[in-house]
Ligand binder design. Structure first.
Ligand SMILES: N[C@@H](CCC(=O)N[C@@H](CS)C(=O)NCC(=O)O)C(=O)O
Length: 203
C-alpha cells in the first residue's frame, strides 16, 4: 500500500515523535520528510506555505495539512482510530477528559518544562523560573498520580492518543515528574514497552 501521509520533521526525536508513534499504533504507512534547519529548509516559501510558523512537525495527508503536534494527533485519531485510539464524541465524559489531556500535554506540561531549557536572565530570574516549574510539576503530580495508581492509562477506557501525547512529553520533565515517583515511572515503562513506540524510535 502506498502512503500519501507525510511527516515533515527535523529528526525522529523532535516533536514529530508523537505523530510517528500514533501512525505506528494505527498501522498506517507514512513517509518522513527531513528538513535541515541549517540549510534554511524551514524558511523556504514552499514549506512556509504548509507551516507559516516555520516549525515542525507538519502533517500532509493528501489535501489536508495540519501543524501543532496535538492538533495532528487529534486529527489522525479521529480519522483513523475513532472509538479505538480516542473516545467517541457521544461519550461526553471520556471525550472531555481526552480533550483535556491531549491539550494539557503541550499547552501546560511541555510549555512549562520548556521554560527550564530556554530561560535566560540573571540567576535571580532563573531561580524564579525554577520555582515556577517546581510548583507546577508538584500540581501535575497531584493530578496524575491518583489516576495512574488506579489504572494503566490516563483514561479509564484504556490506551488512547492522550497517552501518546503524555508519554512523548513527560520524559522532558523527568527530574520533576518521574524521579522518585513510581506511578509516573511505571506508566512510562508501560508506554515505552509498546511495540509501536519502539518502531517509532520515540525513546
Ligand atoms: N507547539 C508546537 C511546537 C512546535 C515546535 O516548536 N517544534 C520545534 C521542533 S521540536 C521547532 O520546529 N523549532 C523550530 C526551530 O528550531 O527553528 C507543536 O507541538 O507542534
Amino acid at each position: 500500500m502506498t502512503s500519501s501521509i507525510k511527516i515533515y520533521c527535523m529528526a525522529h526525536q523532535d516533536r514529530s515523535d508523537r505523530v510517528r508513534w500514533l501512525l505506528e499504533e494505527l498501522g498506517l504507512p507514512y513517509t518522513d520528510v527531513f528538513l535541515k534547519k541549517s540549510a534554511g529548509e524551514l524558511n523556504t516559501p514552499a514549506y512556509r506555505a504548509l507551516n507559516p510558523l516555520g516549525r515542525v512537525p507538519t502533517l500532509v495527508d493528501d489535501s489536508i495539512v495540519v501543524h501543532e503536534s496535538a492538533g495532528i494527533c487529534l486529527y489522525l485519531a479521529d480519522r483513523y482510530g475513532y472509538g479505538k485510539l480516542c473516545p467517541r464524541l457521544e461519550n461526553f465524559q471520556e471525550r472531555a477528559l481526552y480533550n483535556q489531556w491531549m491539550t494539557f500535554s503541550t499547552g501546560s506540561l511541555e510549555c512549562v518544562v520548556a521554560r527550564m531549557f530556554t530561560h535566560v536572565g540573571t540567576p535571580e530570574e532563573k531561580a524564579v523560573t525554577h520555582a515556577f516549574v517546581e510548583e507546577q510539576c508538584t500540581i501535575f503530580k497531584k493530578l496524575l498520580n491518583p489516576i495512574l495508581e488506579k489504572q494503566d492509562y490516563i483514561l479509564s477506557s484504556g490506551f488512547s492518543a492522550a497517552d501518546i501525547m503524555l508519554g512523548a512529553v513527560i520524559p522532558g520533565a523527568e527530574p520533576w515528574l518521574m524521579a522518585g515517583n513510581p506511578p509516573i515511572q511505571n506508566y512510562m515503562k508501560r508506554l515505552m514497552a509498546r511495540p509501536a513506540a519502539v518502531r517509532a524510535k520515540v525513546f
